[in-house]
Design a protein around this ligand. Structure first.
Ligand code: NDP
Ligand code: TDO
Length: 291
């Protein structure tokens, strides 16, 4: 049972690799941007012909939230057209598509836990193009899982945890937004959930929410990162208005995970417990680097 992973060198792609290695699974084929460009339909056809995949995991995306405001067409090309290309190839070849989306499809203007059927109303280009990607998959394919996740971090690639650890070393104090609230997600936990869907060959296709359990602000998340990593960096709470960014971000994007727990049997860790695991993993990598 072959599984093609597009965006295999990104953060989630590397987490999938870590989990498959731990579990001894060897049927996943990881494609970097060159080996598996989701904008190249000829290449996609060749890959489907060569590997006859039963599952396709799309970890490829345009994820630079602020830059997307200036690169609308590129963001749309990767997040919408790329998703459409994979959906069409899956439909033609009878493969199941597992696609990742985001909490940023929501406006987040009310402190209400968001379910899959709640109205999406993106407030930035990244969120809009991710929503367009979801829609184009649903229009072209029946056998798909779209997992919306939020605030992904891990020991791999770029993410908020690694940014905090870098800046925390350089500065005595950091100002971090306190009035944006959500749920951090350890990408290794999400990778395990994706593999669970594949291993159980679940047929409960559809749209799902997946994040770690619990709710926090970026400010409290940063404080927890420094505390667990043993840093003495001070953290100053800022209002969104005091930290201007090119893209507007949702103030409240906590997602309801009842559906994925019920249909897939997902067992979801609490965000702080997973943060401990990630900080430990970063420590191990640091030791390996130093040797
Ligand atoms: N990061 C986060 O906080 C969150 C992410 N998500 C979603 O989760 C998914 C995984 O995100 P994450 O792993 O963090 O993202 P990354 O940015 O770490 O990885 C995305 C990968 O996609 C690759 N890519 C870009 N364009 C193409 C293309 N045309 N063809 C093939 N590959 C391409 C990138 O390659 P290159 O580096 O060479 O450009 C990169 O390796 C995405 O769908 C994202 O929208 C959802 C919520 C939160
Ligand atoms: C670096 C920094 C960020 N912040 C704020 C800005 C922002 O509101 C928040 C997070 O900043 P980042 O730019 O790291 O994260 P951002 O790119 O906004 O993260 C988002 O990425 C996309 C891909 C998603 O899908 C979302 O779920 C979410 O994870 O923290 C500060 O307040 N102070 C700082 O020093």
């Amino acid at each position: 049972m072959n599984v093609l992973v597009f965006g295999g060198q990104g953060q989630l792609g590397q987490c999938l690799k870590k989990v498959t290695c731990q579990k001894g699974l060897d049927k996943l084929i990881y494609l970097d941007r060159k080996q598996g460009n989701i904008l190249d339909n000829k290449l996609i056809s060749t890959l489907f012909y060569e590997y006859q995949p039963k599952y396709v995991i799309n970890c490829a995306a345009y994820t630079a939230v602020d830059k997307a405001e200036d690169e609308i067409e590129l963001s749309r090309l990767i997040n919408k057209t790329g998703a459409e290309n994979l959906a069409l190839a899956c439909a033609e070849n009878g493969a199941v598509l597992i696609h990742i989306s985001t909490d940023f499809v929501f406006e987040g203007n009310v402190p209400k836990v968001l379910a899959e059927e709640d109205v999406a109303n993106p407030i930035n280009v990244y969120g809009l193009t991710k929503l367009e990607g979801e829609q184009v998959i649903a229009e072209n394919l029946n056998n798909y899982f779209i997992l919306r996740t939020s605030w992904l971090y891990s020991e791999f690639a770029n993410n908020f945890v690694k940014t905090m650890l870098r800046l925390g070393k350089e500065r005595e104090e950091l100002g971090i937004i306190i009035d944006q609230v959500g749920s951090p997600t350890y990408a290794v936990d999400l990778a395990s959930c994706i593999l669970e869907i594949i291993q159980t060959e679940s047929k409960a296709y559809g749209l799902y929410h997946y994040s770690n359990e619990g709710v926090t602000s970026w400010y409290d998340f940063a404080k927890a990162i420094f505390e667990l990593a043993g840093y003495s960096t001070k953290v100053k709470p800022l209002k969104t208005i005091e930290y201007p960014t090119k893209a507007v971000r949702p103030a409240y994007s906590v997602m309801d995970k009842s559906k994925i727990k019920k249909n897939i049997g997902a067992n979801i860790p609490y965000w702080r417990d997973s943060l401990v695991t990630c900080i430990d993993a970063l420590e191990v990598l640091k030791k390996i680097d130093n040797n």
